[in-house]
Design a binder for this molecule. Sequence first.
Ligand SMILES: [Zn+2]
Length: 99
Amino acid sequence: MPICSHCETRWTWKQTIKKTFTLSNKLECPSCGKIQYISKKSRKRISLLNLVILLPLLLNAVTSIEPLFNIALIFIFFMLSMVFMPFLTELSNEEEPLW
Ligand SMILES: [Zn+2]
């Protein structure tokens, strides 16, 4: 789980999901109210995770998988990535450019 680099409070899973869902790079710490940014390293990890969600689509392209089963797979992968995302999130005091 992410730890605020300002007050060193560990965010809860729920807080992290709520904050990351705003789709902004700026996350306000629920404890001290300081703006935190998702670190470059964890942004890369999260984008890899997003690629994993698309795996069933790839599977669909190479095999004749049932469309309904495929949608279910995407849904399951999406749920799994939601569960794991807060564990991959790290915070930084400054905004780091991705490249
Ligand atoms: Zn804080």
